[in-house]
Design a protein around this ligand. Structure first.
Ligand SMILES: [Zn+2]
Length: 501
């Protein structure tokens, strides 16, 4: 959004709140807390509903976290009243639906409580000190009307002083945020508590860094490094598709989740890293979630449009969304000067060693690992490594091979960057939709000027990869123990190696 857009947005907001007849259909949420007992208390005022009954639903999963979480299991004390305060009849519809009967009135008020005590980037957790709110597991949407605008008024526990989120604040309203539709609401987690907040501006964009456990931050170069990373990620696409971006960096834990203009990540619990390598891993992880704002939020498999929050959404292309994002962690950090060519090479080599040392690589293709993620997201079976592979491990290998193959075929005039840019510009921005599997491969082939048939077979099947051939194009050598090394080379190989590393 530019400044003019921002002003327009402000005017629209004012119109929205002052001329209710124009946009009568809306959802107004009020959120309060029984923090000591770990409950989030939700009140929903739904206005302008049509017909005699409305089906409200709660998502059962969160985009980016490909696992059915069945959020409604944490909901209790459901009540429905009319605008006159009298109870309305309602029936449960499936595990995630509440059908409210409201003959003669278009306004209803719902209330319920959510028990929030799961530690995960996709689930809410509160205690007396803080609250992490994962919206998918808190808020209902109107079935068949996810486009309804939403306001969120938060009444924080008096012990909490900060609220950090990617949502846009409602002008002149205290602790009130606005989401133009359910998708935006669900893509905007909130962190409430006493986090340290660092704000900075970079190239006309506002950034907010919320640190739940900031110990040691002053002694690191983290904020400066973050800015270098952001600059390189944005440079790849030529624009930043947001005005404001929030990093919600929580305390000790595992996992991170990407959002439209924010990310929620657990950390190691402080900024006192055991060694340089630990710090680089942390930077990689933050880079991963940031790059996702392009790859998966903007550039995304067509199956994700629109999001079906009521069931699994299957796509064979998560290796593009996740695996190529892992590849770009190294590419972006290298371009930002935050890792050395050798470090980038070591990181990518580790993925090759992991994949090639597991029997699962012969049992499952990369394409299949994307499609079946819903079965294997937390597969902890004893035979796991023998039967599955992860797109987090094999995906970045294909990222490297694709990048090299495109550069080789085009005399280093084109690269995987061009594929990502084309998908961003032509699909996300111009066509306004996601890409199909065939379209992805067509863009790769067109960019390379080569059908890349063999590379595709490494994705679609378990065909052994001819590493020597592709790595050789970039002067890379894979030792017998799967150590990946940069070698001295000349000509096109040298140019390709220097472009990537
Ligand atoms: Zn990811």
């Amino acid at each position: 959004m530019n400044h003019k857009m921002k002003n327009l947005f402000g005017i629209l907001l004012i119109l929205f709140f002052s001329v209710p007849a124009l946009m009568a259909q809306k959802l107004d949420y009020t959120v309060s807390f029984d923090a000591d007992n770990r409950y989030v208390l939700i009140q929903l005022k739904a206005s302008g509903l049509t017909g005699d009954s409305t089906l409200f639903r709660m998502p059962v999963w969160a985009p980016g976290y490909y696992l059915i979480l069945d959020y409604p299991k944490h909901l209790t004390g459901f009540r429905a009243n009319g605008a006159d305060g009298l109870p309305l009849d309602w029936q449960k519809r499936g595990k995630d639906g509440w059908l409210i009967q409201h003959p003669g009135t278009s306004d209803v008020e719902l209330s319920y409580r959510i028990f929030a005590n799961n530690q995960s980037v996709a689930e809410s957790k509160i205690n007396s000190e803080r609250a992490f709110l994962a919206p998918n597991g808190l808020f209902l949407y109107v079935d068949e009307a996810k486009e309804l605008p939403v306001t969120l008024t938060i009444r924080p526990d008096e012990r909490w002083s900060e609220i950090t989120t990617g949502l846009a604040p409602v002008p002149d309203a205290e602790n009130c945020w606005f989401a133009p539709d359910a998708d935006r609401l669900y893509d905007s987690p909130l962190l409430l508590g006493n986090q340290q907040v660092i704000r900075f501006e970079l190239d006309n964009r506002q950034y907010e860094l919320a640190l739940e456990t900031p110990d040691g931050i002053e002694e690191t170069t983290f904020v400066a490094d973050l800015q270098k990373m952001i600059t390189q990620a944005i440079a790849l696409f030529g624009e930043a598709p947001f005005q404001h971006y929030a990093f919600l960096l929580m305390g000790k834990g595992g996992g991170g989740l990407e959002h439209l203009n924010s990310q929620a990540c657990f950390t190691s619990g402080s900024f006192r890293f055991a060694n340089e390598a630990d710090y680089r891993r942390f930077l990689s992880f933050i880079t991963h979630e940031f790059y996702h704002l392009y790859n998966v939020k903007a550039i995304r498999p067509v199956e994700f449009e629109p999001f079906d929050y009521g069931q699994e959404v299957f796509t064979p292309m998560l290796w593009v969304s996740e695996g190529l994002t892992v590849y770009y962690e190294s590419v972006i950090l290298r371009r930002a000067g935050l890792i050395t060519p050798q470090q980038a090479c070591e990181t990518l080599g580790r993925f090759i060693r992991t994949v090639e040392s597991r029997e699962g690589n012969k049992a499952m293709s990369l394409r299949e690992s994307s499609y079946d993620i819903w079965l294997h997201f937390f597969n902890r079976n004893a035979n796991r490594d023998d039967v599955i592979i992860s797109y987090y491990d094999k995906g970045p290998i294909l990222g490297l091979l694709l990048d090299i193959a495109i550069r080789q075929a085009s005399a280093n005039r084109k690269s995987l960057d061009d594929v990502m840019r084309t998908l961003y510009q032509d699909w996300y921005k111009t066509a306004g939709r996601g890409f199909t599997e065939e379209e992805f491969w067509a863009v790769c082939a067109e960019t390379a000027g080569d059908p890349l048939t063999e590379i595709r077979s490494y994705v679609d099947t378990t065909t052994p990869i001819d590493y020597d051939r592709y790595l050789g194009y970039a002067g890379l050598q894979l030792d017998a123990d799967y150590t990946l090394r940069l070698t001295k080379c000349e000509g096109l190989a040298k140019a390709i190696q220097q472009s990537i590393f």
